[in-house]
Design a protein around this ligand. Structure first.
Ligand SMILES: NC(=O)C1=CN([C@@H]2O[C@H](COP(=O)(O)OP(=O)(O)OC[C@H]3O[C@@H](n4cnc5c(N)ncnc54)[C@H](OP(=O)(O)O)[C@@H]3O)[C@@H](O)[C@H]2O)C=CC1
Ligand SMILES: O=C(O)CCCC(=O)O
Length: 482
């Protein structure tokens, strides 16, 4: 791999300010999902190694919490600057281990860095209140304090931004953190460790532990009473297990889980804009994003126009190796992800659905699934109920607003929803009726540092980014002065 700074590619874990192997000296391989070539082997931590990292984070937090917000802000700002300076290298590492196109990967680095910059500022704004007392001789004040040691378990689909979105507010609040990145994408996490060290973030405040022993490490992070907060991004199935596991030590928990986003096109929508939004929201990371639109509902009056324009646009997408110029869709993360997508498409076809485009793996690369459009669908199909996490657009036709709202909300998930329409009364009605944590109106791109990212229902709880994101890492204390 051609990196300007080869020291960004690490194989050891970053614990207590040192680069270390696990006590058993075991490693596991990180592979490029495009061609299965081995990029690097990394340390395979066990439970004991994890405990040591937790203890280091506990000691470090005792000092870190005493620093001023301004001091923490300077360290975070430096970390942000280093991420931006190294964005090309960080992007290359990300593309190699994750598969997304290089320009998209560099975009993720800039997005990831934006959380660090944002929370460097928010560190200074964790205000408390002075509340008028309830009795003449009482004075009431609230302050906000860091929750303590945090654990973060992060997914492979955003190996950089899902880490910074948790670490930056935690550090800004005065917490220390142990990150366990997904086993497919530990290299981006370790590279962040290199830059955190250079930024002067004190030892033990930010720790990265890599391991293939997922559930053992998860058990330790969730059961260890030193850890006071768990932040998780990943599947709803695993999120539910982690919530249960955190119950015994009553940890504060944030969960950013799966979605089943509706994308609705009303009869008065600007169709060209809707097609553009559909491509943007569906094909980000080849469909492997929790806010990717999952079910498309198109009004019968514009169904033909929308689908024919969409088909043309989708057919033009360039597939291939994310390192090659111009590629827009890379491989899916692993064989089981491709098989899952094949399964939902086969299920639709068996039940009468039609493939309008794609519907199979690429002939050139077994890990790439062709951008696919399906029609003639029903609610009984998996494409209606499952989070597809792949480049498949299932299109359903509707005729009334009531019918489409019912279908859009007919899911246990509640992360993101999108719709296109112009009538302002309809826009308000629909935006309020959608049971989702985030709604895109005439846009397919809703992710930004400045807005509260998070779901409702089985998509989780807690907000990331925005002025609210730091509250997830703070406790409010009320003091009553007699
Ligand atoms: N909301 C989102 O952004 C994401 C949603 N998903 C959804 O989940 C589906 C499956 O993807 P998958 O990668 O299996 O998602 P998982 O939820 O299994 O993985 C996400 C993270 O959780 C970790 N993890 C898994 N099981 C445990 C456990 N028992 N204890 C502690 N940590 C655990 C994984 O570690 P390890 O890598 O070591 O296995 C990874 O770091 C996707 O197709 C998609 O639908 C997936 C990823 C992100
Ligand atoms: O959980 C995910 O799938 C990552 C969300 C990326 C984003 O912030 O849009």
């Amino acid at each position: 791999m051609i990196l300007k700074d080869t020291t960004l590619l690490q194989s050891q874990c970053y614990v207590n300010g040192s680069w270390v192997d696990g006590e058993e000296n075991k490693t596991f391989e990180v592979k490029n999902p495009f061609d299965q070539s081995v990029i690097q082997s990394v340390s395979d931590f066990n439970v004991n190694d994890t405990r040591k990292a937790i203890l280091a984070a506990e000691i470090a937090q005792k000092e870190w919490k005493k620093t001023t917000a301004g001091e923490r802000s300077i360290r975070l700002r430096k970390w942000f600057d280093l991420m931006i300076e190294n964005k090309e290298d960080l992007g290359k590492i990300l593309t190699l281990e994750q598969g997304k196109p290089l320009q998209e990967a560099i975009g993720e680095i800039v997005y990831g860095a934006s959380f660090v910059e944002w929370f460097a500022e928010e560190a200074k704004r964790t205000y408390g209140d002075v509340i008028p007392g309830h009795q003449a001789d009482k004075r009431i004040v609230t302050i906000k304090q860091p929750v303590g040691v945090v654990a973060a378990i992060t997914p492979w689909n955003f190996p950089n931004a899902m880490i910074t979105r948790k670490v930056a507010p935690a550090l800004a609040a005065g917490c220390s953190i142990i990150v366990k990145p997904a086993k497919y994408t530990p290299l981006s996490a370790l590279a962040l460790g290199v830059l955190a060290e250079r930024a002067g973030i004190p030892k033990g405040v930010f720790n990265v532990i890599t391991s293939s022993r997922t559930s053992e490490i998860g058990d330790e992070l969730t059961s260890n009473s030193i850890v006071r907060k768990l932040s998780f991004t990943g599947s709803t199935v695993v999120g539910k297990q982690l919530i249960k596991a955190c119950a015994d030590t009553v940890k504060k928990v944030s969960m950013e889980l799966g979605g089943n986003a509706p994308f609705i096109v009303f009869a008065d929508a600007d169709i060209d804009q809707a097609v553009e939004g559909a491509i943007a929201s569906k094909y980000r990371n080849a469909g492997q994003t929790c806010v990717c639109s999952n079910r498309f509902f198109v009004h019968q009056d514009v169904y033909q126009t929308f689908t024919s324009k969409l088909k043309k646009a989708v057919a033009n997408l360039k597939l291939g190796n994310g390192m090659e110029d111009g590629v827009q869709i890379g491989p899916l993360i692993d064989e089981s992800a491709v098989q899952f997508v094949e399964g939902v498409v086969d299920d639709a076809v068996k039940k009468g659905g039609e493939i309008d485009l794609g519907g199979k793996r690429s002939d050139e690369n077994n890990q790439i699934y062709l951008p696919t459009i399906l029609s003639n669908l029903t609610k009984e199909m998996d494409v209606y109920t499952e989070e597809i996490f792949g480049p498949v657009i299932p299109i359903f036709e509707f005729s009334t607003e009531e019918e489409v709202i019912d279908m859009a909300n007919d899911t246990p998930y509640g992360l993101a929803a999108y719709f296109y329409g112009k009538d302002y009364q309809l826009v308000w009605r629909v935006a309020e009726a959608l049971e989702y944590g985030m709604v895109g109106i005439n846009t397919g791109m809703i992710s930004t540092t400045v807005a509260p990212f998070g779901g409702i229902k089985e998509s989780g709880f807690g907000k990331e980014g925005s002025k609210y994101g730091i509250d997830e890492y703070l406790e409010m204390k009320y003091m009553c002065f007699g």
